[in-house]
Structures are given as structure tokens and as C-alpha cells.
Design a protein around this ligand. Structure first.
Ligand SMILES: Nc1ncnc2c1ncn2[C@@H]1O[C@H](COP(=O)(O)OP(=O)(O)OP(=O)(O)O)[C@@H](O)[C@H]1O
Length: 221
């Protein structure tokens, strides 16, 4: 379960992005996060990923109150979260294989598991032939597929995705949504920021709309 109670958030001397926001998402929920450009969607995802602290209010992630949590608790929680950044944030001096394998290695998975799971997901994203290359040699769409693979390889309990379809073609978008639905069926909570209304219409789910510091929740009919 994800819960925000009276959460406010702003960058120094800047407008309030979240103004006393309450939110409850049950485990296994699937939500679209929408709102005009610059309204704070990426920042909200960073808050849920425990990279950014709120100014006030309580933040509960995967049933764990985080405000006064120890650093070790936060580290363990973060290992249960997958995130696809809008700008991918692949690690430039790691190969495609090592970028994707990173979450498993951070969990100290044994190397046989690392090799097997990474090979499987490389096959799924169609980039086995590029596994020994570095991110800067990839196209935007290829980088996005690597970022998606890295976000899901450790089967997270919470998946945060910031416009993960931007650089993908229609075929890849359909496969991505199938993957996200499969993960969601396994109990993963998914929050996906998008500007793509057609995608939302095609795949109805709860819609969180962020505007003027308020988060409006619309359940899919
Ligand atoms: N590190 C930062 N320091 C100061 N201000 C920031 C920082 N990161 C983002 N902002 C500001 O916070 C506001 C919200 O940015 P954010 O990226 O969260 O919006 P967004 O809704 O995701 O936008 P978009 O849809 O265009 O991706 C913007 O005005 C942005 O300039």
C-alpha cells in the first residue's frame, strides 16, 4: 500500500508542487499519473522512490512509514521498487548487460540467477546483440527499453514509470503494456506518468491528475 497524508512539497523558493495531498493506493493498484507539463509528476515519482523528501506530511511506501525510517530500511524498501526515469539515467560506464543486471546485483543475487534473468529480459527487449555495448551507442528507443528492463528485472513490488513509452513505437508500446499488466497481475503496484491520452483510453485504469498542487483521483469505469 502507498499512502500520503497531508503531504506538501516544493523546491526552495519555488511554487508548491504538492499542497497538503492525501493519497491511498492499495497494493496491486494500477494508476496513470497525468497533469500539465511542469506540474510535478516526476517530482512526485521521486518522492515515492524515496529520493526526495516532503516538506510536511507522512509518506508510507509498501506499508512502511518512511518519515523516520532508518537508512537501512529505506535501502531495503528501494530494492523493492523499480523506476523508469524520463531521461533513462543509464550508467554510462556500464554495459547494457550490467545496467540491466544492477538491481539483482544490489540484492546480492547469485551470478547464475543474474546471468539467466538478464539474458531472458535482454531477449524480451530484443537487444541481446547489444548486451556488451555502452548506453551512448544506443538509440533513444533502445535506451528506453534498457531502462524498462532494469526497472522490472528484480520483479519489484512497486513500479514507477515516467513517460516510459515516449521513445517506443506502437508495437513496443503494446508489448510494454502487456508486461506491465503481467507484473500488475502478480501484485506489483504500478504508477505510470504519461501525457498520452490515447494510451489511457486504450488501457483504462485509475487516473491521478496533478494540478495546482492538488492530486485528483478518478477511478476507471
Ligand atoms: N532539482 C530541482 N530543483 C529545482 N526545481 C526543480 C527541480 N526539479 C524540478 N524542478 C521544478 O519543479 C517543477 C516540476 O518539475 P517536474 O519535472 O516534476 O514536472 P513534470 O510534471 O514531470 O513535467 P513534465 O510533464 O514536463 O515532465 C518544474 O517547475 C521544475 O522546473
Amino acid at each position: 500500500m502507498i499512502q500520503l497524508d497531508g503531504v506538501s512539497l516544493n523546491y526552495k523558493n519555488d511554487v508548491t508542487l504538492l499542497d497538503n495531498v492525501d493519497l491511498h493506493i492499495p497494493q496491486g493498484g494500477f494508476c496513470w499519473l497525468t497533469g500539465p507539463s511542469g506540474v510535478g509528476k516526476s517530482t512526485l515519482l521521486r518522492l515515492l522512490h524515496l529520493e526526495k523528501k516532503s516538506n510536511t506530511g507522512l509518506v508510507t511506501i509498501l506499508d512502511t512509514p518512511t518519515n523516520h525510517a532508518r537508512r537501512s530500511t529505506i535501502c531495503r524498501l528501494k530494492q523493492r521498487i523499480g523506476i523508469v526515469y524520463q531521461d533513462f539515467r543509464l550508467i554510462p560506464n556500464l554495459t547494457v548487460f550490467d545496467n540491466i543486471a544492477l538491481p539483482l546485483r544490489l540484492q546480492n543475487a547469485d551470478e547464475t540467477t543474474v546471468q539467466r534473468w538478464t539474458a531472458r529480459i535482454l531477449d524480451w527487449i530484443g537487444l541481446e546483440h547489444k548486451q556488451y555495448t555502452y548506453p551512448k551507442t544506443l538509440s533513444g528507443g533502445e535506451q528506453q527499453r534498457v531502462a524498462i528492463a532494469r526497472a522490472v528485472i528484480h520483479r519489484p513490488d512497486l513500479l514507477l514509470a515516467d513517460e516510459p513509452t515516449n521513445a517506443l513505437d506502437d508495437y513496443q508500446v503494446k508489448r510494454l503494456m502487456d508486461l506491465f499488466y503481467d507484473l500488475n497481475d502478480l501484485g506489483c503496484t504500478i504508477i505510470m506518468a504519461t501525457h498520452n491520452d490515447a494510451l489511457i483510453r486504450q488501457f483504462p485504469a485509475t487516473r491521478l491528475k496533478l494540478e495546482n498542487g492538488q492530486l485528483w483521483v478518478n477511478n476507471a469505469v
